[in-house]
Design a protein around this ligand. Sequence first.
Ligand code: FAD
Length: 545
Amino acid sequence: MPTNKEKLEKLLGVSDPQEKDSLIEEIFDDIGSDVKGFFNEVKDLFTGEMPSIKKVEKQTRYTWKNHTENQIVQPLQYLTPKSYEDLVAIVQTAEANNCKVRAVGSGHSFSDVVQTNDFLINTDELNNPIPLDKSLLKGNVDTSFLVHVQNGMKIRQLNDYLDEHSLALPNMGGYDAQSIVGAASTSTHGSGITLGPISSFYKSIILIGDGGITYRIEPANGITNPAKYKAKYPGNKLIQDDEWFNTVAVSMGCTGIIYSVILEVMPAYWLKEVRTLSNWEIVKADLIDGKVLTDNRHYEVLVNPYKVKGKHQCLVTKRNIVKKPDTIIGSKGSRNFLTELLGLIPGMSDIFDFIFDTFPELSPAILNEAMKGLVDDAYIDKSYKVLNLGTANNISAYSAEIAFPVKDHIYIKAVERMFEVANKMKTLGNLYHTSPISLRFVKASEAYLSMQNGGNTCMIEIPVVNGTYGGFDLLQHYENAMYEFSGRPHWGQVNYLTGSNDLIKKMYPDYDKWLKVYKELNKNETFNNQFTDRCGFSVINFKNQ
Ligand SMILES: Cc1cc2nc3c(=O)[nH]c(=O)nc-3n(C[C@H](O)[C@H](O)[C@H](O)COP(=O)(O)OP(=O)(O)OC[C@H]3O[C@@H](n4cnc5c(N)ncnc54)[C@H](O)[C@@H]3O)c2cc1C
């Protein structure tokens, strides 16, 4: 004789209306007058769980905040899936309840690109490598440098895993706390004109789209053998199509929930980093000449937007591959006066903030001092340790970052306009930067909505220490001034993009192709959120009654 709980569980899985009615009748007959006993017996079925995701760990009344706490949401459910099946169930349940779904990587975006107030997925538990299934691949695929990982794996965890296997990422940003998929989804990048953003390491993307359908998405000449894939996964869809791949690779969570990705990495390598002081006149001449960009694997510049003693001081960083040394030379911890200090000592950011706030006119000189503290003759270590900025990332800060074409030195004109904007804000509004601006160089990306799409790109970042007076306004002044230099704001950093007047369509030549695939994968609009509304990707239906 089944218990009431078993009958109720059965009821949750029944779709035939007649069968449902007779089960309900049976359950109510059995309850009789012992209503309390019945609820005690079945109460764990009624703790707020949605029927088909009752296995997935979830919280209601949960307040989610991003890393900098400038994005806050209280979603209906905050879910922590532990498997692919959990993710499928979440998407299907969301749809059945007419709810939206979004995944959080590490919540390190400053923009509203991540969250929804319906079903928000915490991907922290989906952080494992997956054995590469070579039986699904075409016979000629070299698998030596292919790795398959779940979406929530942090770059830090991936680096450790790769290191254990004598492998490494070809490049990364200045930080490693992001998840690999969250970082790629906003076209996160490092610096190096021959190296694309993180999404350019993708070979295959396993995504759960509308209806909980599983897609394996690859470029037209993808690594998977269609016949073998179909035989093993008849219910899934293998799509080998450049338009689909170039849409989903950088899609800001708008095309579905990515379960896992296959990446192409490279053999482990060592880097030597050298940091020298310079000034804008010299750096500009080097950049126009162009050799610094091709002679160095990684080249980046910090620039003081203010002149001090008639010059915009710069700090130039060059990193190149070297042979494995006998011992590690230098370290991140011993060479960096202000930024290290700020990063290491709790509360130091507040003191720094206080100084900037009370004596804003000292900012230009403080920025110069901070850069002097970063000068370094040599630091040699494993690639991923050198590429990580280290404790400087602990400073509580946020930033905007804008992409400019390297072609025709447009980015150099943009830098010089930034100097004018900085001066205007200082003179008219006593509004000051609290960090130098940075220039990084990235190889063109084929992903349609990558900021680096269409040509080699200079990414100019404008960081501000948290609490900076007028910090967000300062960033908006820059964004507005940079549109005339073809400036495309980083999706994951502070940005004020809107869909009005086809702004985004004008920025991205393949926008229509992106939109077509987005609509195909998001037929029920399950993956829309405030960000897709703001950018005009979603269509909001308004009815005049
Ligand atoms: C300290 C710091 C340093 C940074 N350094 C750099 C840098 O050097 N270079 C640079 O370019 N940027 C940098 N950024 C920006 C940051 O890399 C991006 O905003 C990145 O997207 C954040 O990654 P995340 O894992 O936290 O993803 P989140 O911010 O959580 O999410 C980003 C996007 O990915 C989507 N997403 C996440 N997981 C999935 C999934 N499984 N399926 C589908 N969609 C998903 C989200 O919905 C969202 O749209 C930095 C940010 C911080 C705070």
